[in-house]
Design a protein around this ligand. Sequence first.
Ligand code: UDX
Length: 461
Amino acid sequence: MKVAIIGTGHVGVVTCVAVASMGHEAVGFDVDSEKISLLQRAIAPFHEPGLNEALARELSAGRLAFTDAPAEAMHAAAIVFICVGTPAGPDGEANLLAMERSATAVAHHARDGVVVVEKSTVPAGTADRLRFVLAREGDGRRFNVACNPEFLREGTALSDALEPDRILIGVESERAAILLRRLYEPLTRKGIPLIETDLRTAELAKAASNAFLALKISYANALARICERLGGDIRTVTDVMGSDARIGRSFLAAGLGYGGYCFPKDVVILERLAARVGYDFGLLREVDRVNHESVEAIAAKVEDALWILDEKRIAVFGLAFKPGTDDVRLSPSLSLARRLLQSGASVVGYDPLASANAKDERPELEIAPDAYSAAADAHCVVIATDWDEFRDLDLAALRDVMAYPLVVDGRNVFDSTEMREAGFSYYPTGQAPVLIDPSETWGVDISRGRIGVKPGSGWPG
Ligand code: UDX
């Protein structure tokens, strides 16, 4: 079966590879010729583990091709997936221009009876709009609109696509149902459930899933604020909660909050959609508010520890919105960096993968090539993304290069006992801080502009 995929962003390219590895003929289309030329050489325009290898495999097997010519992509395709970006505008609403353009291209180039599938996360009701554009532009041809939302996480997108918990299809015609069942037959044969619903329900189920995951994170973050004030350890609180099978352990890690291309947008879009149909979904406004508050809570700890941020140097470890990706879109780390810069600090960032993208997004940010260079002469290190690399840092070496031995941990990558033993003042998330006594451990060395020398501790002075 030939399948065309419109849009070669994260979702589009992973869908291309998944469709090809299920044994179908996949053709990826994008208006961006540069991206297409990279993809034709098996180079993904973003980082995703294993993706370049999978692209090379499917391209050389002849099951996958890329083109910037819409007629070529859609010629003889039985199914067309629309995987274009739906970025949030300044008002938080999704910008659906690329969806409309894609529908117009499908209407002009695809064959009669084609199944047109929305894959990008869109506000519920978008399928009705697609149907309208297809009918208007389609010169009498018939189209079957369907919804098959993705549940791909960046960093594990390939396995999420090929070994999903479930496949969801929203259909309104038997033809769409038959073709989509046939497309996914290699996965359903292995026992992966396929849930078939009407279109609107599928659109809503996807939005509801992402918003609920975001809600779990904000719930954990609100509890973290209480643990910090009352005493208690958020890690254990969420561990106990998660051991109840009805709750589950995932998406309860408290920290700097959620970011990325999906959660921040999806929460706001669902709240707005509810408002448009006359339902006040205030719970989702709270999810969003707590998420912003999580960044502010970390900034407040830095201020609590350092008092005045002017003339202070702060190293932010981790700039991607989560580990394992180079994506900095709506990264809480960058929001924090901006907040600290606005308060007068000089901020230096380090990320194992996302430095270049972070520099593009925030040119005012100084970037260091590794964690120790970032920490050099810093008055505080903030852990903003939970890369494994940070867990393996040599704490003595880190402390030795810093101006103050202070770590604010926005992802709970360290343990209070190890930080106390390593001689740090340490502010974890949702736990009591560890404060070393400056009179005992810190002297003042005005010549180097530094506080903090414990004789014999190896601390530079
Ligand atoms: C998400 C959804 O998981 C996926 O199903 C969807 O279709 C696309 O959006 P992604 O944005 O790649 O995927 O990231 P995800 O791994 O879900 O993490 C989202 C954010 O939540 C990250 O910023 C992460 O750091 C944060 N997070 C996650 C937490 O703060 N705590 C947690 O416990 C889990």
